[in-house]
Design a binder for this molecule. Structure first.
Ligand code: GLN
Length: 281
């Protein structure tokens, strides 16, 4: 039998695969014990049962092979929510909370807003926005049926009732209507990007990460199609790669959007571009 402290010492075996080995072992062990991380700090000398120890050993081994923590424990925190994740979707990233912050800023004066989230994955963005105002109605779409089911489940788990879910390839299945705001974190990685062969992204679905045309194909499609779905003066918010700001702004200008701008994420990288559908067309 080993104590909590002894099991946490196995952090050193993750040094080669993770930037956060200490956090990783805590998350894995807390998951096996069905406790939160503060429990581990309080009960360092407590012996861990045989079965839980075995479960921990298996997860640790999978982590050593590079599998993302969120897939191993089946959940990830985003905004104020605890979201289930699985291999059918991208794992929500902290930098994506910038999209939520900007959406809230743009919607601050809109009482009964209608919002569209394209490529919702776990439902992270749609659910975070919806959780802030139950007068708003959010439509969340994804092309993958598994993602739609997962996002729906996350809505129920988090008791958020003002999000509707729909399987749709971008706008293809969305009935004609106009939104106050459209938001998306689409795939935007260049298929030739060497980062795709490193770290957590190796285990995430390619369809959620990679886009043709140097990563810009889906962003271009959304920018072109969104206008028919935006009220005059409504906003389009797009996440993109750190080096795609100029190209995305160019696409927005070319399509006749106004108030085009790019904002930086918590790491100081270009991460979101936004623009307004002209108030006077
Ligand atoms: N930000 C993610 C990454 O660089 C990519 C997310 C996306 O393609 N939408 O790993």
């Amino acid at each position: 039998m080993s104590s909590i402290a002894e099991l946490l010492a196995s952090r050193s075996s993750l040094a080669a695969v993770s930037d956060t080995p200490g956090l990783d072992v805590e998350l894995l062990l807390a998951h096996c014990l069905d406790k939160d991380r503060s429990y581990l700090k309080t009960w360092t000398e407590r012996e861990v049962g045989e079965q839980q120890q075995q479960q921990f050993a298996v997860l640790l081994q999978r982590r050593q092979r590079g599998e993302p923590i969120a897939y191993l424990i089946g959940s990830r925190g985003f905004w104020t929510l605890d979201l289930r994740v699985n291999a059918s979707t991208l794992i929500p990233r902290p930098e994506t909370e910038l999209l939520v912050e900007l959406a809230l800023e743009k919607l601050a004066d809109t009482a009964a807003a209608r919002i569209l989230d394209l490529g919702t994955g776990t439902g992270a963005i749609a659910l975070a926005i919806a959780s802030e105002n139950n007068q708003w109605q959010v439509l969340a779409c994804d092309v993958q049926a598994e993602a739609v089911a997962l996002a729906q489940d996350n809505g129920q788990q988090n008791k958020i009732h003002n999000v509707e879910f729909l399987q749709s390839n971008w706008f293809a299945q969305i009935p004609a209507q106009q939104f106050d705001l459209i938001v998306s974190n689409p795939p935007y990685i260049d298929p030739a990007d060497p980062h795709l062969a490193q770290g957590d992204v190796r285990f995430e679905p390619r369809s959620a990460l990679v886009a043709a045309g140097k990563g810009l194909a889906d962003i271009r499609h959304i920018i072109q199609q969104a206008q028919a779905y935006l009220k005059p003066g409504a906003w389009l918010l797009l996440e993109h790669g750190y080096d795609q700001g100029p190209a995305v702004r160019e696409l927005l200008h070319t399509q006749g959007y106004s108030a085009v701008a790019t904002l930086q994420d918590i790491a100081g990288m270009d991460r979101v571009s936004l623009a307004q559908y002209p108030a006077t067309a």
